[in-house]
Design a protein around this ligand. Structure first.
Ligand code: ASP
Ligand code: MG
Length: 433
């Protein structure tokens, strides 16, 4: 049997009892004959607490020191987990990201993994030990400094290690039973998705679904590493994230007699409350204005999401350009654009952070007509006004009033028959921080 990489999130190791419970699951996997490499997050809300502390001593903590501080969270959980496993009679050794060979670039707080050289991990598992690795961190060969991968980055550590070790699977243990057709806190009848493609998972993650870190899914897709999302609190089947061509195999494996399951046209409905909308009102309708506006925003390192330009009013020759962006970048974007006022000659800027995005995701959109019509109708019937629309090949997103996100999600979920007959989703842990 091959290597299994298991990642446990903060809510799965939030206290001593949870760590002991997780240790048992790890030992059981080892006893079943697998080599096990474990990636852990910091206990419970440790990362947030450390961040709070940092901001108490300094309004703008330097990135290098912040990374030194935050990576301590994962060092605590990795050592405790190794002790708990040892106590069950199974050898275990913990490693920091740097010791595990996670090499990153040198941008603090959002470092990218550029190489993984897991020599020490391979050696530990050859010697029969379980290797425990601190998630979310690495080391830059350029600056020699410790880095972090961005919030939620332990998922990415796990997939990167799994790929480097050529593991069979990367299991991501969390506090829900897998990926659901909508956030169960909004739609209690959301259904567990048994199998989903990398592409659909990427669209879900990029559009607000919080279950997996976006970068981790990108990494898995690039390396064709199957991800198995499961709860560490139950033994339910969870969700497999695999390449599109493996989906049918997985849905129909078994005795060959049970009915053939078809992949759903729509996988799910994601929502995002973290965006804001900016409208540049009265932009002169001439060549190069949009380029000027968006180049300036790009220079300020602002990530845009949707962009809509209205047709210009014939009488005035002026047009409005609206776009959405992360709320956290709203202030910078507004100041940057204000500086362009005379150059571009627009009339005014409007800022709205009372918006949200609702997205319908499904690979079946490629081949089934009428999906957008049905989606817009469901949203209209729920009394929700659509402010902006954007699409990809397998996603339709709308911007709506933030107060109406839940209504829009519920309506879309219902219109596409995604509701389950029973309440399947249990949220086991986490403080929701
Ligand atoms: N502990 C880090 C965080 O809370 C990394 C992770 O959990 O994946 O963001
Ligand atoms: Mg955490």
């Amino acid at each position: 049997m091959g290597i299994v990489v298991q990642k446990y999130g903060g809510s799965s190791v939030s206290d001593a009892a949870s760590i002991k419970r997780v240790a048992q699951r790890i030992v059981a996997t080892k006893k079943a004959g697998h080599d096990v490499v474990v990636v852990v997050s910091a206990m419970g809300d440790t990362t947030d607490e450390l961040l709070d502390l940092a901001h108490e001593v300094s309004p703008l903590p330097p990135g290098r020191e912040l990374d030194m501080l935050l990576t301590a969270g994962e060092r605590i959980s990795m050592a405790l987990l190794a002790m708990a496993i040892g106590n069950l009679g199974q050898q275990a050794q913990s490693f920091t990201g740097s010791q595990a060979g996670v090499i990153t670039d040198s941008s603090h707080g959002r470092a990218k993994i550029i190489d993984v050289t897991p020599g020490r991990i391979s050696k530990a598992i050859e010697e029969g030990a379980v290797a425990i690795v601190a998630g979310f961190q690495g080391v830059s060969h350029e600056s020699k400094d410790i880095t972090t991968l961005g919030r939620g980055g332990s998922d990415t550590t796990a997939v990167a290690l799994a790929a480097a070790l050529e593991a069979e699977v990367c299991e991501i243990y969390t506090d829900v039973d897998g990926i659901f057709t909508a956030d169960p806190r909004i739609v209690p009848t959301a259904r567990r998705i048994p199998v989903i493609s990398y592409e659909e998972t990427l669209e879900m993650a990029a559009n607000g679904a919080k279950i997996l870190h976006l970068r981790c899914v990108e990494y898995a897709r690039r390396n064709n590493m199957p991800i198995h999302v499961r709860s560490s609190f139950s033994s339910k089947e969870g969700t497999w994230v695999v390449s599109a061509d493996r989906i049918n195999d997985l849905l129909n494996q078994g005795d060959g007699e049970s009915p053939v399951m078809e992949q759903a046209i729509i996988s799910g409905v994601a929502h995002d409350r973290s965006e804001a909308k900016i409208t540049v009102v009265g932009v002169p309708d001439k060549v190069g204005e949009a380029a000027r506006i968006f180049e300036t925003l790009a220079d300020a390192q602002i990530n845009l999401d949707m962009i809509v330009q209205n047709v210009s009013a014939a009488a005035t020759g002026l047009t409005d350009i609206s776009f959405t962006l992360p709320r956290a970048e709203g202030q910078t974007a507004m100041t940057t654009l204000a500086r362009l006022k005379d150059e571009v000659g627009y009339t005014q800027l409007q800022y709205d952070d009372g918006v949200g995005k609702v997205s319908l995701v499904g690979a079946g959109m490629r081949t089934n007509p009428g999906i957008s019509a049905k989606f817009f109708k469901a949203i209209a019937d729920a009394g929700v006004n659509i402010e902006m629309i954007s699409t990809s090949e397998i996603r339709i997103s709308v911007v709506v009033n933030e107060q109406q996100i839940d209504d829009a999600v519920t309506a879309a979920h219902h219109a596409f028959d995604l509701d389950s007959d029973e309440v399947e989703a249990v949220i086991y842990g986490g403080t929701g921080r």
